[in-house]
Design a protein around this ligand. Structure first.
Ligand code: COA
Length: 162
């Protein structure tokens, strides 16, 4: 079963990695798809995100199952191109649900051969978001329990040069 895990990944967190590991248990191939949410400004470029996610994944034994790509345009079209049967999304809290429900139904309208599967992250990551990680890093806070080591280093470097 081919699945797509889309997101803005600005940056990837341990919460995302948790979902990736869970998704790998139920699919044969997982595309981590870096996309654009038109209402968000990005700290990292798509190419930086691609490199950072690949680095973080190289520490894990998922290499044969997972591929990281950048996509543009509609997620539903990208999923079609990849012949994906599922779009994976993490559901953290009830407040995620309304938005995710709307997007999942829109994606199903656009690509009826693909279902959205919601996975729950470990409870220790339930509060986590990329915005929170960026804010803590920007203010020199400790993010070591929130992101992979390489992402911590990239965030430090990014804010030093800003
Ligand atoms: N751990 C940590 N954080 C998590 C998480 C987890 N398990 N699951 C979700 N999040 C956070 C993300 O970090 C992100 O935080 P942020 O808002 O601070 O950046 C937030 O939850 C959700 O964002 P994300 O998962 O990146 O998705 P998104 O809602 O920004 O959507 C795309 C990004 C690329 C998937 C989406 O915009 C898209 O599909 N774009 C293409 C155009 C399209 O098809 N649009 C839909 C038309 S119906």
């Amino acid at each position: 079963m081919i699945a797509v895990y889309p997101g803005s990944f600005d940056p990837l967190t341990l919460g995302h990695l948790d979902i990736i590991k869970r998704a790998c248990k139920i699919c044969d191939k997982l595309y981590i798809a870096i996309g654009k949410n038109s209402s968000k400004a990005s700290l990292f470029t798509d190419d930086e995100k691609l490199e950072m996610i690949n680095e973080a994944l190289s520490e894990l034994e998922l290499a044969n199952k997972v591929e990281v790509e950048i996509f543009s345009g509609l997620l539903a079209e990208y999923a079609k191109q990849k012949e994906a049967k599922a779009i994976i999304r993490g559901l953290r809290v009830v407040s995620d649900f309304d938005y995710e429900f709307q997007i999942a139904l829109s994606n199903r309208m656009l690509n009826s051969s693909c279902e959205t599967i919601f996975l729950l992250p470990s409870s220790k990551y339930i509060f986590l978001s990329s915005t929170i990680v960026r804010d803590i890093a920007k203010n020199n806070g400790d993010i070591s329990s929130l992101v992979p080591k390489n992402i911590e280093a990239h965030l430090k470097a990014k804010f030093q040069t800003k």
